[in-house]
Design a protein around this ligand. Structure first.
Ligand code: TEU
Length: 524
């Protein structure tokens, strides 16, 4: 059950939400690819872990050019993942365990295999069929402007009659034109389709991308994605997106209990992100500023302060995230090996102590590292091909989960099956089975911390108690938290110690906190 009970309409304000990357979570039929029945079979893990909800990445019919983020039919289930009945059964099973279900919606683009795009390809320039996408005449022999694809190369591809179409991602993911009324109506209907099926909310893919600047002006930079998070680009974070989310909010609010949405919006600072969660817009936005911060007390403190300052005036809860299916896993970002793991343990206690809502990415509870040495022959991320085979892309954080010590797929799939990406040697000791019951394991730390977090006063403000260049000490309601980034330091704890990420010495109210260690205590 959620910390405040399954009927609390404000559950999302302090929920812990677990991201399931469907292809890599659990494979029920042995084809090497995770699926919806696989997720159903492993819901017990999520209930035992103690999360409130799961967000499932796209499982819709798709040619899988971008792992399902190329949607050919937003109202169906790809046969590789199961059926609509499996989706209904999954929602029902999750609900019976007290878990809510959030699904992905991909409104910035469709797959090239979507019937709309197929119609557009054979239709004439200027036709209504072309008007659902961004087709334009070229400039000279080249594309209409200088925009670059996030995955590398130009954001435009030419078609036989000389027009070009925009795709901010892969050429098989044409961008939809949100100034066309039919597009707006269609996506509102897609929202209703899944809400009527019983989902509790949506994660909105590329929420900052839907509206492009009038006239599609040049970006004027030749490394647009090196600068995308610091500078405004004419295709990201445009004012017009907010009106779309106001109309979506009205639909979400029309359900009882109201449903929720979280924006995947990459913006240049927390204040820009906060604009997506104004009272009549979305409920949450991922805090990528937190994810991007280095393992440093000053950097993390600055992001925490900046996030809370930006979200509280709009009345939205902050969110905190360390990993997802697009970024290098944080054990590896924080130094890899034993150092990365030690920091990930401390980072967990820091993250779960902050006010607001937390997103976890499958496998982080096992301490999975990024797999940096996948053979080139297995790489599937379109970034690999579009970068001219210079950037390996995101497959290293998408390697299937090890559930058991034994078996050809370590329990990810049935015995004898081979996962779509190979699991490295040594992952059997990271499996759920191997870590369960071991009090020193990261998995047990997650379980304990998530259980203790249920007793933390929700909606309390964060109050800094001590801080230094290498130390964060704060109070959140009845929880005290200290994280030490530097050499062993003494911290005063004003109540009984609840949990530490490593063994610590305590003498009365004096806690000696080693480097890269975090502690929780309860404040009466
Ligand atoms: O990602 C949007 C996005 O811009 C980045 O996360 C991007 O994928 C990354 O920086 C590339 O290095 C979303 C999805 O999360 C991602 O998996 C999809 O590939 C992308 O949209 C297109 O749908």
């Amino acid at each position: 059950m959620s910390p405040t009970g399954a009927t609390d309409p404000r559950w999302w304000r302090h929920a812990v939400i677990y991201q399931v990357y469907v292809r890599s979570f659990a494979d029920s039929d042995g084809d090497g690819i995770g699926d919806l029945p696989g997720i159903r079979s492993r819901l017990g893990h999520l209930a035992r872990l103690g999360v409130d909800a799961l967000w499932i990445t796209p499982f819709y019919p798709s040619p899988m050019a971008d792992g399902g983020y190329d949607v050919a039919d937003p109202r169906g289930v790809d046969p590789v993942f199961g059926t609509l009945d499996d989706a209904r059964g999954l929602v029902a099973d999750a609900h019976s365990l007290g878990l809510r279900v959030i699904v992905d919606i991909v409104p910035n683009h469709t797959s090239a295999a979507h019937p709309w795009f197929q119609e557009a390809l054979t239709a004439a320039p200027g036709s209504p069929e072309r008007g659902r996408y961004l087709f334009r005449p070229g400039r000279g022999d080249g594309p209409p402007n200088d925009w670059e694809s996030v995955f590398g190369g130009p954001a435009w591809t030419g078609v036989a009659d000389g027009e070009w179409y925009l795709h901010l991602f892969d050429a098989s993911q044409p961008d939809v034109d949100w100034s066309t009324p039919e597009v707006r109506t269609e996506y509102l209907a897609v929202l209703r389709f899944w809400l009527d099926l019983g989902v509790d909310g949506f994660r909105i893919d590329v929420a900052h991308g839907l509206v492009k600047a009038d006239g599609l002006p040049d970006a004027g930079d030749s490394d647009q994605h090196g600068v995308a998070v610091t500078q405004r680009l004419p295709y990201f974070d445009q004012e017009g997106v907010h009106e779309i989310y106001r109309s979506w909010r009205a639909v979400l609010d029309s359900y009882s209990p109201p449903r929720v949405a979280v924006a995947e919006a990459w913006t240049r600072d927390p204040a820009r992100t906060a604009r997506y969660v104004r009272p009549d817009e979305l409920h949450q936005a991922f805090n990528f500023h937190y994810l991007r911060a280095d393992w440093s007390a000053t950097d993390l403190r600055a992001v925490i302060v900046g996030t809370l300052a930006a979200t509280s005036p709009v009345g939205a809860p902050a969110t905190w995230v360390l990993s997802n299916h697009d970024v290098q896993r944080h054990v590896t970002r924080y130094g890899d090996g034993p150092l990365g793991l030690r920091r990930a343990r401390a980072a967990l206690l820091l993250t779960l102590a902050l006010p607001g809502s937390v997103y976890l990415y499958q496998g982080e509870e096992l301490g999975l590292p990024e797999v940096l040495d996948l053979p080139e022959s297995v790489l599937q991320d379109p970034i690999w091909r579009r970068s001219g085979f210079t950037e390996r892309g995101r497959d290293g954080c998408r390697v299937p989960i090890p559930w058991t010590r034994e078996g050809s797929a370590l329990g990810f799939g049935p015995s004898g099956s081979r996962p779509w990406l190979p699991q490295p040697d040594g992952w059997s000791e990271l499996s759920v089975e191997a870590q369960t019951g071991d009090p020193r394991s990261l998995l047990e730390l997650y379980r304990t911390a998530l259980r203790l977090r249920r007793d933390v006063t929700p909606e309390a403000d964060l109050e800094w108690l001590e801080s230094g260049p290498e130390l964060l000490v704060f109070r959140h309601g009845n929880l005290g938290c200290a994280v030490n980034f530097g050499p062993a330091a003494e911290v005063t704890v004003s109540g009984p110690l609840l949990l530490t990420s490593e063994q610590c010495e305590v003498d009365g109210t004096n806690l000696l906190l080693p480097q890269d260690t975090a502690a929780w205590w309860s404040i009466p």
